[in-house]
Write a protein that binds this ligand. Structure first.
Ligand SMILES: [Cu+2]
Length: 157
């Protein structure tokens, strides 16, 4: 009965396979894989650096907070510094800010905005506030001579 044998081999394979698949997957994605740099940035451990390149590489942005370390539930200011890909400060940019907690599916509790351009590529950001600890992202959309691009910072508070 070759057919019966084939079927029972299949049945065994199906019983064994599900227990093998999750193991293989866990090794593939390897969530906290040491200090490996995530390529997509969203599912792996976040890169917490305060200086980052924009998505399309038009700008390099650097944030500094007026309160360090950043405190929960405290309204504070940031300075955003923007350079072009050539390393020259970006002047006269129009910058908007968005953010939130990706794991909680909510945005920022405030509507922070750039209130002053301070020269030399520095922009004053007022209205920053985070109302709970955890993983936050803050995205700046930067429009300048070179075009429009977005840069996202990850914070663990
Ligand atoms: Cu939250």
């Amino acid at each position: 009965m070759p057919i019966r044998i084939t079927l029972s081999v299949l049945a065994i394979a199906l019983l064994v396979a599900p227990s093998l698949v999750p193991t293989a997957r866990a090794q593939d994605t390897g969530m906290p894989a040491g200090h490996a740099m995530p390529m997509t940035g969203k599912t792996a451990a976040p890169d917490l650096s305060r200086e980052r390149g924009s998505d399309a590489g038009l700008f390099v942005a650097r944030i500094s907070s007026g309160v360090e370390p950043i405190e929960i539930n405290r309204l504070h200011r940031w300075t955003l510094h923007v350079d072009g890909a050539d390393g020259e400060p970006v002047l006269g940019a129009v910058i908007t800010i968005d953010g939130g907690m990706p794991m909680h599916d909510h945005g920022l509790p405030t509507a922070p905005r750039v209130t002053e351009e301070r020269g030399g590529g520095d922009y004053l950001v007022e209205g920053m506030k985070f109302q709970m600890p955890g993983h936050w992202t803050v995205t700046f959309t930067i429009v300048a001579d070179g075009g429009e691009d977005r840069v996202t910072f990850d914070l663990m508070l």
